[in-house]
Write a protein that binds this ligand. Structure first.
Ligand SMILES: Cc1cc2nc3c(=O)[nH]c(=O)nc-3n(C[C@H](O)[C@H](O)[C@H](O)COP(=O)(O)O)c2cc1C
Length: 192
């Protein structure tokens, strides 16, 4: 059995899931058909009220995204040094594939909280679907996820929110384990 993202069965894939690090991803990323399949799987998510309260933006022109992201960053922080600027550029250009998930709550009696939970579930589905196709994924946020101008770049506005930037590719380095919760500490049987 592979240590991580073992694709033998759905159960092993989930039990051994591990994100890749976006900065360590190399080609290949998904081709157009694989990405379409990954996004369709991601959208197959619990959704109270069938509102589809989320959407995807596939960032096809990474250099253009880097340029726009850096312009937004420098407008707010004109004194940003070289390392800071390089980090912004890296965020936009790292990994073979980048998809932005936008939570788009609809006017509805369904609480926004539930619609955003559906968006979060979609995000995890996206990661798992990428892993099921033999890639690794990485869900990142950072300042760009909370910046109204970045949201506007993707045609969004409040109450929409960027749920995350999803990088997909092949891992350049072996994955390793990270601390996992003590299941006994987070699980109770009620009544105790
Ligand atoms: C909403 C959300 C935002 C995240 N943003 C970041 C981030 O900006 N930077 C980061 O290093 N990890 C971030 N993470 C964590 C990684 O996506 C990843 O889950 C983590 O590195 C643990 O690895 P694992 O998925 O293999 O358990 C975020 C996770 C979530 C759920």
């Amino acid at each position: 059995m592979d240590a991580f993202n073992d694709r033998a069965t759905a159960a092993t894939l989930i039990a051994t899931r591990r994100s890749g690090k976006a900065r360590d991803m190399v080609a290949p990323g998904p081709d157009a058909a694989q990405l379409a399949s990954i996004l369709a799987s991601a959208a197959r998510v619990p959704d109270h009220g069938k509102l589809f309260p989320w959407r995807f933006v596939v960032v096809a022109d990474r250099a253009a995204f880097a340029e726009r992201l850096l312009a937004i960053y420098l407008a707010a922080k004109p004194d940003a040094g070289r390392l800071e600027q390089e980090a912004v550029t890296q965020f936009a250009t790292q990994a073979p594939c980048l998809v932005v998930v936008i939570a788009s709550p609809r006017p509805s009696h369904i609480p926004v909280w539930e619609q955003e939970l559906s968006a979060g579930a979609l995000c995890q589905n996206l990661c798992l679907a990428a892993h099921a196709h033999g890639f690794v994924a990485n869900w990142l946020t950072g300042w760009a996820a909370y910046d109204a101008q970045v949201l506007a770049l993707f045609g969004g506005a409040a109450p929409e929110r960027i749920a995350g930037f999803f990088y997909i590719g092949a891992p350049a380095k072996a994955l390793d384990e990270r601390p996992r919760p003590d299941m006994a500490a987070i699980t109770r049987v009620w009544p105790g």
